[in-house]
Design a protein around this ligand. Sequence first.
Ligand code: GDP
Length: 438
Amino acid sequence: AAIVALIGRPNVGKSTLFNRMTRSRKAIVDPTPGVTRDRHYDRVEWKERSFILVDTGGIDERGGDVMAGSIRSQALAAAEEADVILLLLDAKQGLVPADYEVVELLRRVQKKILYVVNKIDGPEQEQELLLPFYELGVEPLWVVSAEHNYGFATLMDGLVEQLPAEAAPLHLPDQTVRVAFLGRPNVGKSSMINRIIGAERMVVSPVSGTTRDSVDTLLSHKDRHYLLIDTAGIRRKGKTTEKLEKFSILKALSALERCDIAVVMLDAEEGLTEQDTKIIGYTQEQGRALILLVNKWDLVADDRKRQQQILEEIGRAVPFVGFAPLLTVSALSGYGFKRLFPVIGAVYRQFTATFPTAALNRLLTDAVAHHSPPIYKNKRLKFYYTTQLSSRPPTFVVMSNSSKGVHFSYQRYLVNRYREGLGLDRVPLRLIFKDKAQ
Ligand code: GDP
């Protein structure tokens, strides 16, 4: 999907506009622990078009700092990764030197840019407040009130017109397992994919649908088809790439949309970074299956202590993905990589598994008999039935007399019973609790 980046100084109204653009979507009740509330990207739909909106101010950790450097790095990242850039300016504060600087910078990039003047609440304010902004020498200027909706629909219409044409959908063989390789620059994504492609008994066919953000490879191996999505695939010439590591997240977002399994690669020598944790969190927000590959294991092969340290570090930093298989590998030497395909196969089977309602109901009755549900507001919690809502990830709905009364520890108990009972130990699993009308 196309990526639209929202940039601007702190307090110009980025989050307000972000919320207005994304809020038409209904909230998903999701008890998955580790799913962050405070998200800085979301899918936006407007008149049959859709895109991923990213608030780069939110991604940039130094949020709240008014330094020109902060917006500069947002602008560079957006220039690199996004399809359309929205530069938000503040009519109430007027122009400041940082605005000139960022406009100057954007002038030099080959991207669609919308210059948006925010905090203009109605036509009567427009004339007076907008005037100074013509000094920037960019046109047109879009006028909006993120808070009061003025100009919003016009802006959205103008925005979707700038989106690149949708890529033709890939025609993949049925049951193709789509695997995205994610991770920071230089963690070894391309090396790993090259090793896979070069391995014996892998039949590689070219894919025409390669996107701007990634390079795809279609593989057949033992009667199964795999689409490998390499998010590092397209190398950029600029020197900026190194510095923009934290924004490799934008590419990850777009690849996550079209995969079943996210393979997140970590660097054994460098250990887990904040960025890695974030990417892992995003895989779970999107409900993808996850495999952790700790690469460059050759570099720590003789260091038992370091090995243990890394594994502990991972366990501590991302406890919410305890189900994800973890493999230690070396793309360089080939160590460990033979285990990858069997693991992908096993994960995919679980990820796509479906279960008959009768079996699920037996499981629920059993679970409740073994551990009675808590009392909530003087009433014992009752469960009526359960059924599978979807696969990818396996998602089940559980009907009760009071979904609010299913406190966290009982949720966790049930999730564990479902995992054990259904053999779903290596994938994310969702239980959605609902009230049965009484
Ligand atoms: P990408 O940006 O994630 O695609 O990373 P690359 O595949 O381009 O690898 C970055 C650098 O790390 C290259 O110099 C690789 O040779 C090196 N590299 C990749 N995998 C390994 C590994 O398992 N061990 C060691 N020692 N180096 C590796």
